[in-house]
Design a protein. Structure first.
Length: 405
């Protein structure tokens, strides 16, 4: 409870955060895109899920219910979100007015936007809707020309990145010393860049399923639409550059950094001068989320034995308070102090785990003592009865021998 109060007070302190709205295949159990945002305190998001397992579109009723619940009810509510993300975009459940709002928000510069897969789903009817409703106008991929091939071409080839340092709006350059170009990846969608778009990074590979079988293809495109800017990712967030959900282990850990380097400049934030330090901070916040989840699970497990978990809960609350302070310092770009507070948060979590385990051991000691006493008492009682009946035979009366006369 103390930790919750601290977090709420921190949120009320007015620290600026970037509001995002994520539309399409965005539920974390199906797509890890939200997991890439969680480690960075600068963003918070609202989900509008329109597809489910394996990116299959939700039924009409379910999709429209989600849109009604989570999509802003007014245009003023929409432009509160400074960045709009579409993942494996499925916008059929949106109304014409909502699509118009989304386009106007970008055109007026109120919001920036990003889409993966070049904006196109593999199923043609929904890919064509992306074009006919006008959403493709916002982004760098000439979706109409791509669909002239009769499909949405996709290559399952392996590749790695090549970042062009000389193009305008190059947001990936600070990540090169961290090994961005060495991350192995797989899978790429075919796009046709529009005139005026800029390719910030290309994938180097052998894309045999893409028309013309190129050895290089765009991976990230930037495009100006009206007063706003948009980004087109020619990959998707379930492919191996981003996650191992379907293809096994991922070797890189720069996913959050790539997204934040896209989002921050789009909303007027400057990129950090020390990308390595900020990267370590994000890894720290990510690890805190995971470790806190484990400690809370441990405390709940100990609580089932009837042990006192209040001391451990207090330590978790202190950890949450320190982590909340680290977030505020991170937003103020005071990364050294933020790192120090985060270290304190980790220490409190470790202490909470130790206290919880001690309480568990105490509770189990009594459980084992009672069980041992019960078993031993039962054994002794049964042994006494068996000894009296079968060995000493105290309850048997001896009789004489009977004979027939």
């Amino acid at each position: 409870m103390v930790g919750l109060i601290i977090v709420l007070l921190s949120a009320a302190s007015g620290a600026e955060r970037i509001d995002l709205i994520l539309i399409g295949h965005v539920v974390s159990s199906y797509n890890p895109v939200t997991l890439f945002h969680d480690p960075d305190p600068s963003v918070r998001y609202t989900l509008v899920p329109t597809s489910g397992y394996y990116a299959v579109p939700l039924g009409d009723e379910d999709a429209k219910r989600h849109v009604k619940q989570y999509f802003p009810r007014t245009y003023e509510g929409l432009v509160r979100y400074k960045f709009i993300m579409y993942s494996i975009p499925y916008v059929v459940p949106l109304t014409g007015k909502q699509i118009s709002w989304l386009m106007t928000a970008v055109e007026t510069g109120a919001s920036a936007a990003l889409t993966d897969q070049g904006g196109l789903r593999m199923d043609l009817q929904y890919a064509e809707f992306w074009v006919t409703c006008g959403m493709s106008d916002l982004f760098a991929n000439d979706a109409e020309e791509v669909l002239q091939t009769g499909k949405v071409p996709y290559s399952n080839a392996r590749w790695h990145l090549n970042v062009d340092p000389d193009v305008p709006n190059q947001v990936l350059l600070p990540l090169l010393p961290l090994g961005l170009e060495q991350i192995p990846a797989l899978g790429l969608f075919y796009v046709v860049p529009k005139e005026g778009s800029v390719a910030l990074a290309e994938a180097l590979g052998s894309f045999t399923d893409i028309p013309g079988s190129p050895t290089t293809a765009p991976w990230l495109l930037h495009y100006e639409y009206g007063k706003g800017s948009t980004w087109t990712l020619c990959d998707n967030f379930v492919n191996p550059f981003w996650c191992g959900m379907y293809y096994g282990k991922v070797e890189g850990d720069l996913q959050t950094d790539v997204l934040m380097n896209i989002i921050w400049p789009s909303v007027g934030w400057e990129l950090p001068t020390d990308a390595a330090l900020v990267h370590r901070m994000r890894i720290g916040f990510r690890d805190y989320i995971a470790r806190r989840s484990l400690q809370v699970g441990l405390i709940e497990f100990v609580d089932r034995f009837g042990a006192s978990v209040a001391p451990a809960e207090n330590l978790v609350a202190q950890a949450d308070g320190a982590e909340a302070e680290a977030e505020e310092l991170y937003l103020d770009q005071n990364y050294d102090e933020s790192s120090a507070r985060l270290s304190i948060a980790f220490d409190r979590l470790e202490e909470a785990a130790e206290v919880a385990l001690k309480q568990k051991n105490k509770a189990l000691m009594w459980v084992f003592t009672i069980e041992w006493t019960s078993v031993t008492g039962t054994l002794m009682a049964c042994g006494a009865v068996l000894y009296s009946l079968m060995v000493r035979r105290r309850y048997y009366r001896q009789v004489g021998t009977t004979r027939m006369v």
